[in-house]
Design a protein. Structure first.
Length: 86
């Protein structure tokens, strides 16, 4: 599945990725932070630790997918709460 980085909170490594089905998945990145509008390829629809491929920078990312199938409002709220430690 392909997706595009749509929302970011770089300090904590949280990103919302818009998937092909127009939902959002939240990823927490452990290495090689992506940037807004980077295109990612991988299993964006299931939770857990994954390797994603950043098609834009041609790098592999180690991530944990913490939530899937969110609306944009839900994804933004999730990242805001993560930033607050909630």
């Amino acid at each position: 599945m392909k997706g595009q980085v749509y929302v970011e909170y770089r300090r904590l490594g949280f990103f919302a990725v818009q998937t092909e089905d127009n939902y959002f998945s939240i990823i927490e990145v452990q290495s090689k932070l992506p940037s807004l509008l980077n295109k990612l390829i991988g299993d964006l629809d299931s939770l857990g630790e994954k390797s994603l491929y950043n098609e834009t920078t041609q790098e592999e990312l180690k991530v944990t997918i913490t939530s899937t199938q969110l609306t944009l409002a839900e994804a933004k709220s999730y990242i805001k709460n993560a930033a607050r430690g909630i």
